[in-house]
Design a protein around this ligand. Sequence first.
Ligand SMILES: [Zn+2]
Ligand SMILES: [Zn+2]
Length: 334
Amino acid sequence: MKAMILKGISPIEREPLELMDLPLPTPGPKEILVKVSVCGVCHTELDEIEGRLPPTLPIVLGHEIVGRVEGLGSGVARFALGDRIGIAWINSACGKCQFCLEGNENLCREFKGTGYHANGGYAEYTVISEDFAYPIPDRFSDSEAAPLLCAGAIGYRDLRLSGIKRGQTLGLFGFGASAHIVVQVAKYWGCEMFVFTRSEEHRNLAKKLGAVWAGSPEDEPPKKLNCAIDFTPVGETVPNALRVLEKGGRLLVAVIRKRNLIPPLDYAQLLWDEKEIKSVANITRKDAQEFLSLAAEIPIIPEVQEFRLEEANKVLLLLKQGKIQGAGVLRMPD
Ligand SMILES: [Zn+2]
Ligand SMILES: [Zn+2]
């Protein structure tokens, strides 16, 4: 099978992903072999490639996978040949520890990420435990479904953890793949959205999708924010967001790594008045399942730009430069 392989940490500008032929993976007990149709491109891949989140090497990246079941390991009961399924960032968790038992499998010490510890979807085939695959609602095309699996599912977790309530004000810092889905869910929940991004194109898309205001990260919005979600890879956003947060408001930092440090925070100005900062780590299967149903109900149709598998380096560079509108998706050769 064809796959884009990462063999070593490198800046994306050096085009480190190599197109190679790999043997077809064999599904073990309770695993399914999946013929990948499309795989979404996520900012986390940049963190892996550039060493902020070093993966197991060599690795096939990619954790927004949509494909069809093409082989069954022994004991598979949930899926049949030909079923359309999705695979997300959570590849496995132990199922036995305190975190897993309390519904926080995202924090499991044995948590494994797709395209991080285990080979992912920048390839024609992959394998996954049937317990970590999700049926895809019919109303989505393969490409539309891919970004729902990470950008969407984690965005949904971000919204839940932000504590936002109906009718409240929500700020979104950065407007990439995840934020452009979050804005649609929050609109459905009756929230008032304020979007902060340097890109004029992203500001226009934000308003088109329901934001009442869009400006730069340093701008003063017309209202204080009950909750804010920071999707940006830079540390400076944290004080910017805290500055425009309402008393008792919460800032959720939604990224897995920041490229640089958060600047020192003036406690009296930025944190006092019971403001909170919370991070989000990984997702649970429940997040992915609940979000796929919600997305079909609303419905959320992500803006998608399609590319070929071989163009993965280019797409990731465009993503780093903030030049992808909505979500980038790689389509496998037929
Ligand atoms: Zn992701
Ligand atoms: Zn566990």
